[in-house]
Write a protein that binds this ligand. Structure first.
Ligand SMILES: *[C@@H]1O[C@H](CO)[C@@H](O)[C@H](O)[C@H]1NC(C)=O
Ligand SMILES: *[C@@H]1O[C@H](CO)[C@@H](O)[C@H](O)[C@H]1NC(C)=O
Ligand SMILES: *[C@@H]1O[C@H](CO)[C@@H](O)[C@H](O)[C@H]1NC(C)=O
Length: 216
């Protein structure tokens, strides 16, 4: 998996984001506490992290930085994800998200970047690799209510990939979210992985920077 990911990186050195996964690897599901990410096999999802609810039209950008966890830190989690997003909490008609999945298999873990504009599916990111200990910054920016940019940056190396996205599902721009989400199946209760955002920032349409309370 890792070797093939390196190969893809080599082949797509100048590429940003990959074509849609066919069929979608991750599906949305209505009725989840927050809209968006859920593996096809998962029966439940738990999200942890701050949400700032504001008036419609408030949020332009949500940024979060976290350190990629090692396999040893994720042994009990079958599948988890760290993401930032605009909407999806009090606004349920759309959500613009970007994140990284951590999928544990035995003693190894694979990392996959993705972006999603609900109600469309999540799309995989190519052209960026992840290793335990990397500092990764996620940035979703709404350039309008129906267009935006999702960016994943390797903060330690300055490597960055961006994808411009448009949707017919308009954002409300009223929820800013920084979430660590865990997917579980078979009735197994999976503890949240020890992933924390070390930087959390939301920027309003007038340029004001807001930091969620309790943030590092
Ligand atoms: C970040 O850079 C480090 C050091 O070159 C590299 O090992 C790692 O794979 C990169 N991570 C990302 C997310 O690009
Ligand atoms: C976030 O992404 C937007 C759109 O690409 C960009 O204009 C902005 O500078 C980024 N913010 C940061 C802090 O990197
Ligand atoms: C900018 O937006 C914030 C949040 O919506 C608001 O509290 C603040 O008053 C606004 N500032 C200006 C100068 O419009």
């Amino acid at each position: 998996m890792y070797a093939s990911s390196l190969l893809v990186q080599a082949l797509l050195a100048t590429a940003a984001f990959a074509v849609p996964t066919q069929p979608p690897r991750i599906a949305r599901r209505l009725g989840a506490r927050r809209l968006g990410r859920e593996t096809l096999a998962a029966e439940s999802t738990t999200t942890t992290g701050p949400v700032i609810n504001a008036s419609p039209g408030t949020w332009k950008t949500v940024i979060g930085t976290f350190t990629v966890p090692a396999a040893s830190q994720l042994t009990s989690a079958t599948s988890a994800s760290a993401w930032v997003g605009i909407d999806g909490d009090t606004c349920t008609s759309a959500i613009l998200q970007v994140g990284v999945d951590f999928t544990v298999s035995g003693s190894s873990v694979t990392y996959d970047g993705w972006y999603e504009w609900y109600p469309d599916y999540a799309y995989s990111v190519s052209g960026i690799g992840f290793s335990a200990g990397d500092s990764v910054t996620l940035n979703v920016t709404a350039t309008s209510k129906t267009a935006g940019v999702a960016t994943i940056t390797n903060a330690s190396k300055g490597v960055s990939v961006s994808k411009k996205i448009t949707s017919t599902a308009a954002l409300c721009e009223q929820d800013a979210e920084w979430q660590v989400e865990v997917f579980s199946s078979g009735g197994v209760v999976v503890p949240s992985p020890p992933v924390v955002f070390t930087k959390e920032e939301a920027i309003t349409n007038n340029g004001t920077i807001i930091i969620p309370s309790g943030s590092a």
